[in-house]
Design a protein around this ligand. Structure first.
Ligand code: SF4
Ligand code: SF4
Length: 112
């Protein structure tokens, strides 16, 4: 049984898609961007930067970033920012994704 549907005004709204840019050598590995990204887009990478920290990297498809800008606001080292890549049409898939987002985030925390 389906408990979701496309919003009736989905034609007039769009979802921003951000392109995440990470300046790895500025990162001090605090993990704030990873912890607070509302879409759980980021995880700690296995790579070391020049300072010996693990910078963040994208977990899922790049299109999960909604260009909210929280990661760049919260980063104490100005090491991460996003640019608007496109404003895409809302699809049924997007609605389905919203319903699984929190369980997906839980899985990420369970890996720690
Ligand atoms: S802009 Fe928002 S959604 Fe995109 S990576 Fe940063 S915090 Fe996450
Ligand atoms: S908030 Fe900035 S310094 Fe902290 S892990 Fe993310 S990119 Fe690195």
């Amino acid at each position: 049984m389906k408990f979701w549907r496309l919003p009736l005004d989905s034609e007039v709204h769009s979802i921003p898609v951000g392109r995440v840019q990470i300046i790895e050598n500025r990162c001090k590995g605090c993990g704030f961007c990873i912890e607070f990204c509302p879409n759980a887009c980021l995880k700690e990478s296995k790579r070391f930067n020049a300072k010996g920290y693990h910078p963040p990297e994208l977990i899922f498809q790049a299109e999960d970033c909604v260009n909210c800008g929280l990661c760049s606001l919260i980063c104490p080292e100005f090491a991460i920012f996003t640019e608007l890549q496109e404003a895409k049409k809302i699809t049924e898939d997007d609605i389905r994704k919203v319903t699984t987002r929190y369980s997906r985030k839980d899985k990420r925390f369970a890996k720690r």
